[in-house]
Ligand binder design. Sequence first.
Ligand code: ANZ
Ligand code: ZN
Length: 830
Amino acid sequence: ATRFNPRAADARWQAVWAERESFRADDNSPKPRAYVLEMFPYPSGRIHMGHVRNYTMGDVVARHKRMTGHEVLHPMGWDAFGMPAENAAMEKGVHPGGWTRDNIAAMRTQLKALGLAIDWSRELATCEPTYYGQEQRLFLDLYAAGLVYRRESAVNWDPVDMTVLANEQVIDGRGWRSGAVVEKRKLNQWFLKITDFAEELLEGLGALDHWPDKVKLMQENWIGKSRGLRFRFDFVGSSDGFEVFTTRPDTIFGASFAALSPDHPIAERLAQDSPELAAFIAECRATGTAAAEVETQEKRGFPTGLSVVHPLDHDRHLPVWIANFVLMDYGTGAIFGVPAHDQRDFEFAWKYELPIARVVAPAGDEDAPVTGEAYTGPGVIVNSHFLNGMSVEDAKAAVIARAEHDGWGEGTTVWRLRDWGVSRQRYWGTPIPIIHCDACGPVPVPRDQLPVVLPEDVSFDVPGNPLDRHPSWKHVDCPTCGTPARRETDTLDTFVDSSWYFLRFASQPDDRPFDPAVVARWLPVGQYIGGVEHAILHLLYARFWTRALKHIGLIDVAEPFAGLFTQGMVTHETYKAPDGRWLAPEEIDNGIVTATGEAVTVGRVEKMSKSKRNTVDPAPILDGYGADAVRWFMLSDSPPERDLPWSEAGIEGAWRFVQRIWRLVDGLERADGQDAAVDRKVARTVVGVGEDIDSLSFNKAVAKLYELVGVLEKAGPSRSKTEAISVLIRLVAPMVPHLAEEAWASLGEDGLVSDASWPAVDPALLVDDTVTVALQVNGKLRDTIEVPKGLAKDSLETMALGSEKVRRMLDGAAPRKVIVVPDRLVNIVA
Ligand code: ANZ
Ligand code: ZN
């Protein structure tokens, strides 16, 4: 007996597939099409286990689609712009381009070693002018359509490094390198009008039947459509005031204060006369005012000493505060606070000893006191004049109607979604194709001058944007009037690059971004697979770009991804040394730190991450066990949407299973004769595994294949077994393709198993081999029995008369007549 040797087989079959261009997608094929896509990787330098899991799953789907008669598009590329390349440039003195391209080369080799069924002829990298030049065209198309604009917006400014920082470079309000307190600076920046599509992007979720509900919910919340009331508060004794927005007009009688954002113009005005307020505002700004940060921060406020008049009870005055949890860019930047029914307001009122008055009570419990937190559930309105006794929904409508009738407010909708700021003050990104002229303003770069290529000769020895300080790059003449002008030195957010790459995979002509006719053939992507960390921004931006391009007539598809799957993470135990250092798995042997002999503390199983040092590098594992064992392990133990704990035992188990399949093939003794049990098992497995792959339940498919292999190992030689092994090889081919090719050749089958069809099944073999027969006494159902199909009449009669329940009904009497309908029923006439 021989062993399957992946070291030889993996490379051999990968070379065969490459040479035959087995996985090249034909734009002109008459077959039904399947576009299978995994989120393309950032070329960080090495693939990690998360990549391996992601790309293995996609590969199984792609290979299975090929076998079921589809023309499959399964491409791969590189999300190649972004900050890590610039960080490498600053730290190691390498050029971001060289660093990125080296990483791509290394990772391409690693991905190829996994044996993925990818059409490498369509490979692209977003950092190449062939890609980003086309992106510049699309940007200008959107600009011409009025979907791009420029306005002042705040950035994080590091005063020591003199550079703009991305949000993730601001840690606890300080620059990640310099440690200096970060300031907000206003810069002119470019925005895409995603808010024009808010309603469409929300509505469109409804049709995405093959998306996880949780992702749709996250998108819905991010878009954040809220209906409510917008109204004006007047300062006491003044006709001056400000507008507030509320989604809970029903709680208006529970208001105990009004609050303005620290960035509200009135707050700024008041600060001119109050150094204390000015200092408070400065502190609020330093700690960040992004929605996510605000939610978690301690609630803080500053009393202005001013009051406003309650619009429905003019004798009531509410104190006006400046509060850190009120955002300037949502609603109107001002609120009224109802501590009993909003948790933020509750915390605020508790701290500053403001009244907490209940106005909504759970039905049937109208006298319930306010407890330690806000009540946000449904109920009946109390303590609220004309609203008393109404439901929350009715009261909302009543207050809006009253406000509109009396003229102090109106019903309105607000969105949480903001326009997408795409300007980045960095080098390694797509140059924004605009020229700034003092006379003409911003002027698009003429089409025949695209692409605007990044200059290669840049330096990273000082902080800031190398494009800005490049001696010549930005100095150009205005395309309109010819006077000296400046190029835009901001580059595009890398999320733009990933917002249309799936279109470019479908079609990549030299002279335009894509051919719409070819795009129409492939899109939408049938199955998109990636990490849930991209559930909000990437998917929303890609949906927006697709809709925007449709809006301007460039494509005819609205939703880019018909099916979405978000896979779980690969996890591993964490380890700590006695001094608290995190330890890598390879530093440990049997609970002991190999180098020092210290005892290891085993921590929780967590997502593999560099910071906890619990990563396992796929490369040596691939070398040791081969691609198929790794792939099999990635698919086996856990449902694909759950976390997969990496274990040495798991990969060894996968390796042994691969060898078991091989032994079936290698030890095959051909023989004649049918084995009905084998035939039936095979037929069921074919159907089951196909369904499992279609529903991405890979672990279930794996379990069925284990079972089948178990049955075949026990079965004696027969024609059925010989055929079963050939079928088995086709069933495992999407998962362990190298072994499958090797086995296919060894069995003497024609061609490649990668080109074989998914096995056909004789439907007769799927039919149950037992039937349920009804037992009646005088036409009434008394019992049922499970019998082999086709059981003879007299055997059925004997079994029926043996039934305990039937005997009880007969009570010792002999039956007068027995009517037997085989496979259906036995009626005993007493
Ligand atoms: C009174 C009230 C009573 C509120 C109550 C809530 C509960 P969503 O639903 O997420 O859209 N709000 C309005 N503008 C705000 C801003 N700029 N910054 C922070 N909070 C703001 O949230 C709408 C609610 O959030 C509004 O309804 C307002 O508080 C607050 F029992 O008004 B509410
Ligand atoms: Zn000009």
